[in-house]
Design a binder for this molecule. Sequence first.
Ligand SMILES: *Cc1c(COP(=O)(O)O)cnc(C)c1O
Length: 427
Amino acid sequence: MMAKRWADAARALDAADPLRPFRARFYRREGEIYLDGNSLGLLSRDAEASVLRVLDEWKTLGIEGWTGADPPWFSFSETLSRSVAPLIGADPGEVIVTGSTTVNLHQLLATLYDPAAPIRKRILADELNFPSDIFALRSHLRLRGLNPDDYLIRVPSRDGRTLNEDDILAAMTGGDIQIVVLPSVVYTSGQLLDMERVTRAARERGILIGWDCSHSVGAVPHALSEWGADFAFWCHYKYLNAGPGSVGGLYLNRRHFGKSPGLAGWFGSRKDRQFAMDHTMIPADGAGAMQIGTPHLLSLAPLEGSLRIHHEAGMERLRAKSLALTAFLRELTEAELAPFGVGVATPPELQRRGGHLALIHPEALGISRALRRAGVVPDFRPPDIVRFAPVPLYTSFADCVEAVHRLKTILETQAFATDEEAAGLVT
Ligand SMILES: *Cc1c(COP(=O)(O)O)cnc(C)c1O
């Protein structure tokens, strides 16, 4: 059993929560506590309405939708980009909603990486990076005729869970690095890197720096332009709740405007020249030049409704509640779950925390499955992490108490071993 004081504390926090009304705008399953919004955010009524409107425009307008829809499909990406830009701390022209996380990384490397540079040819990433980013970096080097084993350097992690900014800075001092690509938030432990410090250090050394903001966009405020980052890329299906496979985003600092897109296509053209159908491309002035082909309208539409919610809630209030939720979850975990061997991998400091809390336990996989059976949706990341992402738009403090209560029951009854596992059939 859990002490009543937790429920009381949660009730007081929920009552004082200015974001509480937003919960009703999301589709949530009765009795279920959804803590996986850092993998796939839930559908809001606003996002649904945007998709239905675009479907209706297709139904009633056909091809005329490109110019006659409201807003017109032809410039829908640009329209949404203006609303994403403040979330990343950029000028509107520096952001474009397009592609997907991995494709956008490929495009940015194709545009910015120079394999013919005389000495600085290496790319620096890190040992904890999301696999897709590493695959993209390696394949890009191969495409450019360079052996990734020699040209991709990964900053090691001291503890296997977090990165130390001093180690990143040390790896940038050799004079051989051309580009650094790092995650803003480490997807396993939830560590938020000191993006400002690392960005400024890279700039001082003449190194290009790009951030994978998949786990921070919509969860953490950014000031990429002020810090001087060269580029960034992200998805919108995590904290921005734009749906599975929704169109991603990228940021290109204005100092790189005018560079030819490495992977060119007609949607990167200046809008007024796109239908001139000339074989000489005139790229758009800003980040829009990084677009390739026809935008995926039906995967773009939900972002419109999601962004409306986000701006109504306000990034500062979202971050404040997110920090309060993860602090509360940590307190609950330390008090109620530590006796069962549950630890926390996420750094405790506010400024080093992204949007989720990473719990550690040797039976993390079994625990994650047992939680789903018990109506709590977390996710598992090998080898021993259960991620709990309380999303400020739709998770309450009472949800945190209930999730920890259900987890405690699982631990008390050892309900995390399935019958097969208990019988030793599955390892
Ligand atoms: C979610 C995520 C991705 C996903 O890449 P897609 O191309 O959108 O599938 C990439 N990098 C990081 C750090 C992520 O968290």
